[in-house]
Design a protein around this ligand. Structure first.
Ligand code: NAG
Length: 508
């Protein structure tokens, strides 16, 4: 079943006609920057434009971060104008929103904005878009908006069944469509009303939990289900303090729902915000990439550190997110060390595994426990999606292990880049470092060409039928790309891969 499902999806993915929303957008997970995690309501024209300049000159736009998104709090607190139209607060956006979007478009960015499917926005600005969908969609289109983050606060009680929530969000989906402008819809109802079963039909991504906060594992009452029922996938109590580990546990049972055109949204990144260690941020980023979450930078890029920059600009990790196969890793192993199994969020280890377009397999070993440890996982577990109990033909091959963090940019290069005074100097530094440029070479092409910048460093081999043993530090993840070692004269007849290749050819 897994095989036939994924082959259908990949066939559709290549033709560009995919999810039921079918607007041709988000064929790979969308990437960009959103101001909320770092700035909350402190938004302005200057913030957006100084940030977009920084994204551009640090080379991040050309790694794929191309949406610049203005979150809540942009409205005039007096509400709509006399014609009933939404209006920005003039003191924050003196040139007007259209001028901002024109500026971003000239820089090669796309422009995102925010509203709520309720009577107010989440930060209680006067006007949500509930029952104003057509007017507001037209305003967004007039302002040159390319993406709408659509929240769910103050929903007037129109919630509690999948139908109630579906209809409330579908009104905006339809309104955006009828503007004639291609606007990506990022639905944000925190996993309520089984959104993972219908979000795909009307949106390009759907949030599955309350808001992330800058902690790797710390349970917090403000992420409701932490205390109500942490292990219950049906527990939805939207909150604002959900840890990385909480979100991973929440998405695990339906990690397979993301397909090209529609993605489970694990929320914006916290990398660079200061609350986690370097290893924690690396794990957070790699898992978000491999789980195909939209990848929205959430930090202040004007004061980004070398360590945060060199996490966020690692093309070998981003290539997992932008892989043409377009399917998430799934969890093939979960263990709890030294604590009762229902004690979520303490001492956990996970192994996540997923198929990639070129036949490689990505494997992420996460140690969320408090001690360094050796983790082990067998090829039979890694390839369980192709047949349980070691029946997958893949298990009979040797696999080379590539560490995808091995070629992380050096601190010295990053520090020089951050200290550079001119655009020209930055551009020279990036060239000298031979840094990846996805505008020049899209990830699909770089992967097809075996571009070494996307494949890390070979660190070992696991033999046919074998077990991988990997040392993983506490609160860290090892991120490995497994590449099949071809034997002399052998032709590989793994069912899953062969079938997918056939479908790709059909489509091409
Ligand atoms: C990436 O390549 C594009 C297209 O050649 C170019 O315009 C852009 O300046 C490059 N970006 C960087 C950071 O060098």
């Amino acid at each position: 079943m897994a095989n036939s499902h994924s082959s259908i999806v990949i066939a559709a993915g290549l033709s560009g006609v995919v999810s039921a929303i079918n607007n041709g957008l988000a064929i790979t997970p969308p990437m960009g920057w959103n101001n909320w995690n770092a700035f909350g309501c402190d938004v302005s024209e200057n913030l957006l434009l100084s940030t977009s300049q920084q994204i551009l000159s640090l080379g991040l736009r050309d790694l794929g971060y191309n949406y610049v998104v203005l979150d809540d709090c942009w409205q005039d607190p007096r509400g709509r104008d006399q014609n009933g139209k939404l209006q920005p607060e003039a003191s924050k956006f003196p040139s007007g929103l259209k001028s901002i979007s024109d500026h971003l478009h000239r820089q090669g960015f796309k422009y995102g904005m925010y509203s709520s499917a309720g009577e107010m926005t989440c930060a209680r600005f006067a006007e949500g878009s509930l029952d104003h969908e057509v007017d507001d969609a037209n305003s967004f289109a007039e302002w040159g908006v390319d993406m709408l983050k659509y929240d769910s606060c103050y929903h007037m009680g129109r919630v509690g069944t999948p139908t109630a929530s579906f209809n409330r969000f579908k009104a905006m989906s339809d309104a955006l469509k009828s503007t004639g402008r291609n606007i990506l819809l990022n639905l944000c109802n925190w996993g309520e009303d089984l959104v993972h079963t219908w979000g795909m039909s009307i949106s390009n991504s759907w949030r599955i939990t309350g808001d992330i906060y800058d902690s790797f594992t710390r349970p917090d009452d403000l992420c409701g289900c932490n205390t109500l029922s942490p292990g219950d996938v049906n527990c939805v109590a939207p909150g604002t303090h959900c840890s990385v580990l909480f979100i991973l546990n929440k998405v695990a049972p339906f990690a397979d729902r993301s397909i090209p055109g529609g993605w489970s949204d694990l929320d914006m990144l916290e990398v660079g915000q200061g609350g986690m260690t370097d290893e924690e941020y690396k794990a957070h980023f790699a898992l978000w990439a491999a789980l195909k979450s939209p990848l929205f930078l959430g930090n202040d890029l004007r004061s980004v550190s070398a360590s945060a920059l060199t996490i966020l600009n690692n093309p070998a990790i981003i290539a997992l997110s932008q892989d043409p196969h377009g399917r998430s890793v799934t969890r093939v192993q979960r263990d709890v060390v030294g604590v009762p199994k229902d004690n979520w969020g303490v001492g956990e280890t996970h192994v996540w595994s997923g198929y990639l377009h070129n036949g490689d397999q990505v494997v992420i070993l996460l140690n969320a426990g408090d001690e360094d440890m050796q983790m082990s996982v067998s090829l039979a577990e890694i390839f369980v999606a192709f047949g349980p109990g070691g029946s997958a033909p893949h298990v009979k091959s040797d696999w080379a292990l590539h560490d995808l963090w091995a070629h992380r940019m050096s601190d010295a290069t990053a520090e020089a880049l951050l200290a550079a005074k001119t655009e020209g100097e930055r551009s020279r530094l990036l060239k000298k470092a031979n840094w990846y440029n996805a505008t020049e070479i899209p990830y699909a092409q770089g992967l097809a060409n075996d571009d070494p910048r996307l494949f890390g460093e070979k660190v070992g081999v696991v033999e046919a039928g074998g077990v991988m043993k990997v040392d993983v530090k506490r609160h860290a993840a090892k991120v490995l790309r497994l590449r099949r070692v071809k034997k002399e004269g052998e032709s590989f007849k793994a069912k899953g891969i062969a079938r997918e290749e056939r479908h790709e050819r059909d489509e091409l």
